[in-house]
Write a protein that binds this ligand. Sequence first.
Ligand SMILES: C[S@@+](CC[C@H](N)C(=O)[O-])C[C@H]1O[C@@H](n2cnc3c(N)ncnc32)[C@H](O)[C@@H]1O
Length: 290
Amino acid sequence: MTTPANPSPDESTYIIDAENAAEMSRLTKQDRLLTKAKGVLFPEQYDLSRVQRILDIACGPGGWVLDVARMYPDTQVEGIDISNLMIEYARYQTRVQGLNNVRFNVMNVLEPLNFPADSFDLVNARLIATFLPTAAWPRLLQECLRITEAGGSICLSECEMPITNSPAFEKMNSLVFSAIEVSQQSFSPGRRNIGTTSVLGRLLRNAGYQHVQQKAYAVDFSAGTEAHISTSQDWMVVFKLMQPFLIKMGATTQEEVDRVYQQMLAEMLSDDFCAVWYFLCIWGEKPQKI
Ligand SMILES: C[S@@+](CC[C@H](N)C(=O)[O-])C[C@H]1O[C@@H](n2cnc3c(N)ncnc32)[C@H](O)[C@@H]1O
């Protein structure tokens, strides 16, 4: 039997194999890209004054958790993820960096969270739409509310697929939209987007959060920009590692996706490649007890 603290990798709904070292390495680099794009670990408007206990849900290799722990040594920061590989790596980094205000644990967040009520002042989660079926959002947000102290907050960051002028990149996007419709991870009618960013505010308010605020960020990774090569490499790896998922969901065949992928590589590296990748950071507060 699997438990929240002992999930089976076979049960993972993540669109990429989280036990793959290439994915762990990609997430480590992507964390740098996203933190650089935002320029900050928390939205500038977010009030950190009363935050002492922080949880990061689906923390991957732990880059965000470790940054927060280093920058705010008086906070206790915990990261949880379903992947043993990610958590082992994050724990190793904790030891290497000599941090004593960090903990990492394996946990499946599709199950009830293994924490008492009111355990945290802030629950953070970035890019969890990559494994969360649309129907699972309300229950997870209820769990986040339960484990957050009254007056504490949640902070979510989600993205849409990049908008580009590359026909092959756009074709890869359309394969993703088809696949996530089948896996029931799409909030977009008619396979046009991922759609998560449009519904985050409503999901938070429906779960009981108040004072919901948001801020959008964008990474321009067109040819000639500083982000071109690093972000293009990120997407090259994503689209390679996602192929088993795309095929399993019936969105494409290996022959088709190989052809589109090769064309996409050429188009991404051409001088006239234009692309922007948008993501939304949204946060809300658990009401004070009356
Ligand atoms: C796109 S990555 C995001 C990682 C990290 N939040 C970041 O932004 O760098 C998604 C993460 O979700 C984890 N994951 C997938 N399914 C999960 C589940 N059911 N419970 C907890 N973590 C899960 C994966 O192992 C992976 O590390």
